[in-house]
Design a protein around this ligand. Sequence first.
Ligand code: ADP
Ligand code: MG
Length: 502
Amino acid sequence: MKDNIVSIKDISKSFPGILANNKVTFDIKNNTVHALLGENGAGKSTLVKILYGILEYDYGKIIFDGEKFSPKSPSMARKLGIGMVFQHFSLFDSLTVGENLILGLDEKISFNKLKNKVEELSSKYELPIDLEAPITNLSAGEKQRVEIIRILLQDPKLLIMDEPTSVLTPQEVEKLFITLNKLINEGRTILYITHKLEEVIKICNEVTIMRNGKVVETCNAKDESEKTLATKMLGKKLPEIQKSNFSEFNETTSFRVINLVKKYNDPFLVDLDHISLEVKEGEIFGIAGVAGNGQSELMSFLTGEDVIKNSSHIEYFGKNISNLGPKDRRNLSIAFVPEDRLGHSAIPQLSLLDNVLLSQYAGNNYSKWGIINKSQIAKKTNDIIKNFNVMTPSSENYAGSLSGGNLQKFVIGREILTNPKILIISHPTWGIDAGAELAIRQSLINLSKKGTSIIVISQDIEELLEISNRIAVIYKGKLSDPMHINNISIEKLGLLMGGKFD
Ligand code: ADP
Ligand code: MG
């Protein structure tokens, strides 16, 4: 067995206006978990896309398993023994899990054979999935399981995982680590992209830190602390978050959900079971929970994408708005950031400018008598880019060309700069690095200080504890009583997330 499964030497790759990888050089030792750590836009995804044959490098050399390596396509990379779990899921929403798995295979096999293989893998690695379920009904966590099974079906030597834990609960993360451990015991190697410093220390052997397209350093993870890693990653120390000093007693209720009940008669959707909540002006109200417990169903009622005719379960400053759709709610100054950034929140094939125009055509001076006011939109778009530190060469770039965290900063910035009365946001920092995460959390707190009520749906307990004033837990479509941030523990949250109400 070779010492190094991969040797990357002087790899460079540029996009128009940007050098995404600048002479990247490091080795990945065989049979280890190797972390790739870096801020948004550091060039991590570009590098792994090169390894997986999605992008071709401009310059440099890669040795994989002792051979010179420059895959021209993902199927070629897979044939040579590389598998990848993406940050943005690459599944077809309208198809079932089984159909997606079949489509992803390079060698065609019968459905029965696939079923047997999947059952074997899913019990061996503790990754339960339902082959008949349509992808569209799965939570982000469940979709990820499908992606992992899909690469395991290809029996790869090297598994690349791009931010795999960002959608998981603490318990699911532990399970994933067990899976990773088993993969290592079988002699495989894992390239683990993350921005979570504690994960690097906990499960990785070596870590390569990237900044601005370059490798800062490759070092032994066990010799590092979260602080040393953060400093190397950012090139500077992170500021502390400035908390809000909200007090619920002197504030008005701005948004209420009253006894919301919805039965879908669909095994893949979660019924909403008498959900009630009240949010005050200036309050951040956190909703915690394991993926797939009704978060997306609840979200679609909060945004107005789903409404129950003639009901009165949603109030805005005492006024029944249950029957209003998303556009009318936006007009009332309620802003939304849904979970799926590339599907719901932004259109990847359009420029950032056009994305701003599309989401905010109402209530703005962007067009008059059918003529679009380009300079107004450009100003707004550039404000977002500047205030939220979005890394992009220009506002004309396609939304889809931004790295995950940058797109997230862009979408959230776009909503925050409307100065909404209510902001409803799902997974605000999913899949992004420490610097951007801190910036987004701080911007939510700052917005709440101006009086905006914010509902945050998140699986990241640390995040909710950091920014929320009160937290409730959703489980099987039921919402627990909210708990004040001052008398809440992670243990209690964990129990509630597992359904131990009362
Ligand atoms: P990371 O994964 O570390 O967040 P990326 O590799 O996604 O970073 O991005 C590195 C830089 O390259 C970013 O500035 C990003 O905007 C740019 N970039 C990535 N892909 C493209 C593309 N297809 N076209 C233009 N620019 C891109
Ligand atoms: Mg990335």
